[in-house]
Design a protein around this ligand. Sequence first.
Ligand code: NAD
Length: 244
Amino acid sequence: MTSRKTQDVYMVIGGNGFLGRHIVQQLQERGDIVSAFDIVARYDDVPFYPGDITDQSSVESAIRRSGTTCIIHTASPHASLNKPDVFHKVNVEGTRTIIAAAVATGVRKLVFTSSAGVVFNGTDNIDIDERVPIPEVPMDAYNDTKAKAEALVLEANGKGGLLTVALRPAGIFGPGDRQAMTGFYQVYEGGKTHFQVGDNTNMFDWTYVGNVAYAHLLAADKLDTPPPAPPISSLEKEPLSFDD
Ligand code: NAD
């Protein structure tokens, strides 16, 4: 991992969760200033702002008190929660609130954790990239609301000078996980291991949590890094035109 310390002051929203905690730790390790905003209290080694992302005044107050210039927004209810109204409130309205708070306080950057599930329509997704459209019929309320939140974040790019980006991890595993391993263990404990879906050729992407966290740091860093200048040789081949 890079040891580059940046000029930004970071707030990880959902910073007491599985992924959020790894992002907090990596920022700490490279010497950046970081705080956590979360509805649940868990750690006390960085400044912690308790609050709900659907409450704009809490988010704004935390941003102002911490001097945040870059928000990394990882908060979401668990995908397994079967409550569409909660998904809508937290993922869609909560993300809208974070954007409004960021613009009102002059935050420079917003990195949003979306999900690979936003483009899953129940059929195999092989060799695809970010150009694949969001399915007209979403898989479920979780993925529907993650897709809507992602659209809000990307539409907000440039608003009041805010720079935004969204990442779409697939399954995340590693230390601190409270979803995947718990689910696998419940299947094992319940003696449900003798069922098989498909013919044993099904594939699913999993990424180590440290790598997903690092991708968030890189995304934040790259948001305001200008792209490298093209090589001189390519300029010689395609001279600049001043006609238009
Ligand atoms: P997690 O539940 O461990 O972390 C989410 C955190 O958000 C929790 O600490 C929770 O308290 C907080 N939170 C929830 N609602 C909140 C609210 N209203 N206000 C403030 N804080 C709130 O989940 P995770 O696995 O770390 O997931 C992080 C992000 O990654 C989520 O956005 C999720 O959609 C996305 N994601 C996760 C996976 C995965 O396999 N875990 C895969 C793809 C995408």
